[in-house]
Design a protein around this ligand. Structure first.
Ligand SMILES: [Fe+2]
Length: 284
C-alpha cells in the first residue's frame, strides 16, 4: 500500500515486507556494498542515506483497538496451541509478525489470545481456548487453535492482547473474511480481517500486528531488569553497534552486552539491531 505522500507509488518495497521476506527465506535485505534495497531511502535522498522517520510510509497504521468484551481472564497458560488431538472444531493456525511503527519486528512481544469453542462458548471457569505466548527473535508468532464458533450478537472473532516489552497493551479482535455476520456486527472492523486460506480440512490465517511503538524494540536477549544500556565503550577487538555504520562480513560488534559477527555487508539502520536481523548478524 502506498500513502498519498509516498513518491514511490505502489511498487515500493516496504521495510516491513523486506524484513519479513528476510526472516522467512534467510535472505539478506540489503544490497552488498553498503547500499540498501529500500527504495524509499535511496530515492528520497537521491541515492544517499535518508534521514530515518518514525514510520515506514508503507501504509501500515497501528493495528486498531477493539473492546475487550466480557470474557477476558488474566493468568492464561503459556502455550502456542489451544487444542489437543481430540478437540472438536475446524483446525486453524494463525500466524504473523508483531511490528513497531518503524517497521522493526518486535521480539518478545506478549500475545494473549482467548476465544470461544466450536459451539460459541467461552470457558469462564478454566482456561480452555486461552493462552499467551511471546513473539520470537524475528517478531513472529503462531497460534494453533480451531475456528471459533458463533454466539449471539457477534460475528466470528478471536480476542487478543498484544504488548511490546514495557509498552502499553493493545486490545483487539481478529476477524474472518466472508462471514455473513460481518455485515451486521457493529464491533466488526474490516481492517482486522485475517488472510485465511483453506488447507486440507483446516484453515491457515495470517495477521501482522503493528503496535504504536516507535524506536528500537528491546532485544529478546536482554534479560528483564538487567539490560545494560548501549555501551559507550566496547570490549577489546569489537565496536559498539551503531546505526548508520557500514559493516562488512566478519566485523564484530557488541549490542546490549552481546557480541555479534556480521554475516553480510550492509549499512546498519535503526530497527536492524543485531538481535532483530539474524540474516545479517550471528551471535558469537
Ligand atoms: Fe468474544
Amino acid at each position: 500500500m502506498s500513502t498519498p505522500h509516498n513518491p514511490l507509488g505502489d511498487r515500493q518495497i516496504s521495510r516491513k515486507s523486506l524484513l519479513k521476506a528476510a526472516a522467512l527465506a534467510g535472505a539478506v535485505p540489503v544490497l552488498i556494498g553498503g547500499g540498501t534495497a529500500l527504495a524509499r531511502d535511496t530515492a528520497a535522498a537521491g541515492g544517499t542515506a535518508a534521514p530515518l522517520t518514525p514510520d515506514c510510509h508503507d501504509g501500515d497504521a497501528p493495528t486498531g483497538e477493539q473492546i475487550e468484551g466480557p470474557y477476558f481472564k488474566p493468568g492464561s497458560p503459556l502455550r502456542t496451541s489451544l487444542v489437543t488431538a481430540g478437540t472438536p472444531g475446524t483446525p486453524l493456525t494463525v500466524s504473523g509478525y508483531v511490528f513497531g511503527r518503524n517497521c522493526a519486528p518486535i521480539s518478545g512481544a506478549l500475545l494473549d489470545f482467548w476465544q470461544a469453542d466450536t459451539n460459541g462458548n467461552y470457558d469462564n471457569s478454566g482456561y480452555t481456548f486461552r493462552g499467551h505466548q511471546f513473539s520470537d527473535a524475528n517478531g513472529a508468532y503462531t497460534l494453533t487453535t480451531i475456528v471459533p464458533g458463533l454466539y449471539p450478537g457477534r460475528t466470528r472473532h478471536i480476542h487478543v492482547k498484544v504488548q511490546a516489552p514495557g509498552q502499553p497493551i493493545l486490545t483487539t479482535q481478529l476477524y474472518f473474511p466472508n462471514e455473513p455476520r460481518n455485515a451486521t456486527d457493529t464491533i466488526f472492523d474490516p481492517a482486522l480481517v485475517m488472510t485465511v486460506r483453506q488447507v486440507g480440512n483446516g484453515r491457515e490465517a495470517s495477521f501482522d500486528f503493528v503496535l504504536n511503538v516507535n524506536g528500537t524494540p528491546k532485544p529478546s536477549t536482554s534479560p528483564t531488569g538487567s539490560s545494560s544500556p548501549s555501551p559507550s565503550s566496547s570490549p577489546g577487538g569489537t565496536t559498539t553497534w551503531k546505526a548508520g555504520t557500514s559493516y562488512k562480513a566478519g566485523d564484530q560488534v557488541t549490542y546490549n552486552g552481546v557480541t555479534y559477527v556480521c554475516i553480510q555487508a550492509h549499512t546498519a539502520f535503526v530497527g536492524w539491531e543485531p538481535p532483530n536481523v539474524p540474516a545479517l548478524w550471528s551471535r558469537r
